[in-house]
Design a protein around this ligand. Sequence first.
Ligand SMILES: NC(=O)c1ccc[n+]([C@@H]2O[C@H](COP(=O)([O-])OP(=O)(O)OC[C@H]3O[C@@H](n4cnc5c(N)ncnc54)[C@H](O)[C@@H]3O)[C@@H](O)[C@H]2O)c1
Length: 249
Amino acid sequence: MTLEGKAAIVTGGARGVAKGVAAALVKAGASVLIVDREETLGRETEEELRAFGQVAFFPMDLTRHDDLPSIVDAAVARFGRLDTLVNAAQASRQLWFMDTTVADARVAFDTGFWPTFILMQAAYPHLLQSKGSVINFGSGVGFSGSPTQASYAAAKEAIRAISKVATNEWGPKGIRVNVICPFANSEGVQAWAEQNPETYAAQLAGVSLRRIGDCEKDIGAAAVFLASDAAAYITGQTLMVDGGQTKTV
Ligand SMILES: NC(=O)c1ccc[n+]([C@@H]2O[C@H](COP(=O)([O-])OP(=O)(O)OC[C@H]3O[C@@H](n4cnc5c(N)ncnc54)[C@H](O)[C@@H]3O)[C@@H](O)[C@H]2O)c1
């Protein structure tokens, strides 16, 4: 499953799951542009991953929607091509549904849904050339409807919805679109687990493999597979990389 000669964009890659994905892609041979609003962390990640291959950091707050196409331009200028777009950046506010305002919900859509939507459009001409693929990030929360996650669940399911439409529209042109729903030990999940130890323990008890996933070894490996030619006949799928937390069998 080599990605030698391929180039990727990974949003949210300064830390957590997307950093694991960026690391796995680089180690598989891809050139990777990491995009994140956390500039210091992003530069550290860039430095760390440079030992394994070609990687560059592009600082950007993805809520600057008009500027998002410049991310694709930067990747193509640097690497000469684009084969894989990974949309993983996401922020959200956890609130009871009745307390969630439109402004709260906008955080999830402005950081997750709209960047995914706009970057897919900007990447399309380049993916068309490379017969590349998109890997978007959903969440099991979209399936379970966990309390306090209304805006997050809605944004994640909206991402899955456009992924299905793009699968149908772009499949005949050779572009694949898939979604990963992870469960992994990112900084975001670690912070949440510390604040909600009982909920976290209950969640872990529902994971068939009884462990939390590793950002690089578990989620990154799945992303490498989906980005590679080994997955050439796989599109329009949501892959639950969550230790069996959500069963689709
Ligand atoms: N970790 C899990 O178990 C889990 C479970 C389900 C879904 N997911 C999804 O996987 C992806 C990664 O999750 P994570 O746990 O690593 O998250 P995280 O919160 O640890 O990291 C998210 C990254 O996105 C970046 N980001 C957020 N808003 C941004 C913005 N406006 N502009 C630029 N960068 C921005 C952050 O700076 C951070 O580096 C997300 O899409 C998340 O919804 C994760």
